[in-house]
Ligand binder design. Structure first.
Ligand code: NAP
Length: 282
């Protein structure tokens, strides 16, 4: 699995990790989700993204089961605080609840899930304090547009803002106008969430034909090409969620695809960026 430096964190992280939103929490679906996550880890998709919001904490319990027995140092475990909990004290307490559910000693990355009503400065100070006491190695934000990302970074004094996790897929490329380049300038890793959108990139016949053409050239699948396109910039990572081993293998395989200028030009023409606009979120 290809890795690259994760912004100012300075550590290598796989370009393709694993999302965990909406994983099945019971029965056969849960077992399949656990198998999928474990296979992903074996294949090097060790950046695992979760949040206190997912399943109201139950997804963090599932992640704990998936990572049990894995050398902790191999993992890059990310979780997020809900904006409603993001007061100074609330952020710290939420992080410790996540640690308990994840049955781990520390988080690699802890993010504010989206901007909320608690003063941002307070949240950022709390995140910084979590790095200072070893609860989290690195901190960042999610769903922050370019100016808000800059503001968030300005409230950190002793640690860098290492990440902004944002909606980014072939049919939603607004972050390419400013956010990704600003993040690159500021040494912030951009993590593309919902990289497949709702599958709409495969529904438009013309766009699909382009992806199929590029896929044939690389002996790959259209979904792998879609992921490879998102991570073509050196500060972008992605975290597709998959609950079957076949999907995990397919997604992991995208990391090794190097698109050339012709491929990128063809995809670029088929899936317009559109005009600059405020950050889209789910
Ligand atoms: P996604 O990863 O774009 O898509 C997930 C869907 O794609 C699932 O239905 C999955 O099916 C399917 N899929 C995955 N790999 C596939 C493959 N190779 N072939 C066919 N289908 C495939 O959407 P997402 O879960 O919304 O986003 C990914 C992660 O980003 C989340 O899980 C979460 O960790 C994070 N996220 C963060 C935010 C935020 O606000 N920060 C918001 C949304 C998501 P199966 O499950 O059946 O494999």
């Amino acid at each position: 699995m290809k890795q690259r430096v994760f912004g100012a964190a300075g550590v290598e992280v796989p370009v393709i990790g694993q999302g965990t939103w909406n994983v099945a929490l019971a029965g056969a679906g849960r077992k399949a989700a656990l198998r999928a996550l474990r296979l992903g880890i074996e294949l090097g998709m060790t950046h695992i993204d979760t949040a206190e919001m997912y399943g109201s904490g139950a997804v963090e319990d599932l992640v704990a089961e998936a990572i049990a027995g894995v050398d902790r140092a191999r993992l890059f475990l990310a979780s997020k605080v809900l904006p409603e909990n993001a007061s100074y004290r609330g952020t710290r307490e939420a992080a410790h609840r996540s640690l308990t559910r994840l049955r781990t000693e520390y988080l690699d990355l802890y993010l504010l899930h989206w901007p909320g009503s608690h003063p941002l400065e307070e949240t950022m100070r709390a995140l910084e304090s979590l790095v200072a006491d070893g609860t989290a190695r690195f901190v960042g934000v999610s769903n922050f547009d370019a100016p808000e990302m800059e503001e968030a970074a300005s409230y950190l004094s002793g640690v860098p803002l290492v990440c902004n996790q944002v909606l980014y897929h072939l049919c939603e490329r607004g972050v390419e106008h400013r956010l990704i380049s600003q993040a690159r300038r500021d040494n912030v890793a951009v993590v593309a969430y919902t990289p497949f959108g709702r599958g709409e990139f495969l529904r438009a016949a013309a766009g699909r034909a382009v992806l199929e053409g590029v896929a044939r050239k690389h002996a790959a699948t259209p979904r792998q090409i879609a992921l490879a396109f998102l991570v073509r910039e050196p500060n972008v990572f992605t975290i597709p969620k998959a609950s079957s081993e076949a999907h995990v293998r397919e997604n992991a395989g995208a990391a090794d695809i190097a698109l050339d200028d012709d491929d990128i030009g063809a995809i670029d023409a088929a899936f317009s960026r559109g005009r600059p606009r405020p950050l889209a979120t789910l």
